[in-house]
Ligand binder design. Structure first.
Ligand SMILES: [Zn+2]
Length: 376
């Protein structure tokens, strides 16, 4: 359809009494011109609002699905690293389910393709984790884990008190059926909640018990190995207890746990996650004041975890070089500003990588038995 025949497209205003308006009416005339121009800018077929709403619902679900997938990816990398943390660096014996769940909302139910009902919905399971081994699936509604009845996501926190050996029964509602399956808990050396923050800044941060990775960072990282570099560094801040005491902040002690860690549009947890984001920013701000020695220590321990988990430590050197090359401006405001100058850390990382590759043991590295690398 030619533009001038589009229904509702009219240039009548242009000819309407224009000569009589005079100078004092120029602002009004301009406003009308803007209105007219914006009316002209509507082109193409008519789009009914019902179609817009339907598409927005689909996009919200896809967006939630994207964030769920990213969260599960971080959890998989995080669990692999945590399994490699040496006993000496262990803080606790944390029961681990390896799933992501939250109270159901329309968006979350759409994201996993099930009908919304009251309860805690499994959004996904971590590959290779206990929930996957037990056959729990995305879209299941959790009813009971061991003796614990699950009605709200906070009920998942109580699993921290579970200390069982051997399988325990988990009951889920799958469609109209009730399914009971034995689940063998795994224990990790730390209880770490992994979060995705919707933020374009290329950033990652840690607080006691929490590692947050921004969507900007996730877009920057090219592989799970690169993600492991970032997660292992943040994990080292936690295992070395860098935040505690140093910050002097009363950080939330209730850790919701790996199972309920997600920031998803439409999630009922959105309000609380806004609060968490403020806390994360406070932590981040305080971190810029933290002694760079802590950063150097996190680099060394992070690299050892990376190596112990079977990732190529050389990826760390490549990634830090890419931060320096591709994000030079970021030094002043984000992840990189919290850290020692890129060139210094790069040189140190390269020396450490070289040492690890040539078979120097982690103990020897921690004892400072490699040349020219000042160690914490
Ligand atoms: Zn750091």
């Amino acid at each position: 359809m030619p533009l001038d025949r589009v229904p509702g497209h009219s240039n009548a205003l242009l000819h309407h009494g224009g000569g009589r308006w005079g100078r004092s009416c120029i602002p009004g005339l301009l406003a009308l011109a803007v209105l007219w121009l914006s009316a002209c800018a509507t082109t193409g077929p008519h789009v009914p609002s019902s179609e817009v709403e339907a598409l927005e619902k689909v996009l919200r679900a896809k967006s939630a699905r994207y964030l769920i997938a990213q969260n599960l990816r971080i959890q998989a990398v995080g669990a692999r690293l945590l399994r490699a943390v040496p006993d000496a660096d262990s803080g606790e014996r944390a029961p681990y389910l390896g799933l992501l769940a939250d109270e159901a909302t329309d968006t979350l139910a759409d994201a996993v393709g099930v009908a919304k009902r009251d309860g805690v919905l499994v959004l996904g399971v971590v590959p290779g984790g206990p929930a996957e081994r037990a056959g729990i699936q995305a879209g299941d509604y959790l009813e009971k884990i061991g003796p614990q009845v699950i009605t709200i996501s906070q009920d998942l926190v109580a699993r921290a008190e579970l200390d069982v050996t051997g399988p325990m029964p988990v009951r889920v509602r799958r469609g109209e059926a009730l399914v009971e399956t034995p689940l063998e808990l795994e224990y990790l050396p730390w209880n770490v909640e992994f979060k995705v923050a919707e933020d374009d800044a290329v950033n990652a941060s840690s607080a006691p018990g929490t590692i947050t990775i921004t969507t900007g960072m996730l877009r920057f990282l090219r592989s799970d190995a690169e993600l492991a570099v970032v997660v292992s560094h943040e994990l080292a801040h936690i295992t070395r207890r860098h935040d505690v005491g140093k910050l002097g902040l009363a950080l939330p002690t209730v850790v919701v746990g790996i199972a309920a860690a997600l920031i998803v549009p439409g999630s009922q947890r959105l309000v609380s996650t806004v609060v968490e984001k403020v806390i994360a920013n406070v932590v981040r701000g305080a971190l810029t004041k933290v002694d760079w020695d802590m950063e150097r220590e996190a680099d060394v321990f992070g690299l050892l975890y990376l190596h112990a988990a079977g990732y190529d430590p050389g990826v760390a050197s490549d990634l830090w070089e890419r931060f320096a090359v591709e994000l030079p401006a970021a030094r002043s405001f984000s992840f990189i500003s919290d850290h020692p100058p890129s060139s210094e850390r790069l040189i140190r990382l390269n020396k450490l990588v070289e040492a690890l590759r040539s078979g120097v043991s982690p103990d020897a590295i921690l004892a400072g038995n490699i040349d020219d690398v000042p160690l914490p």
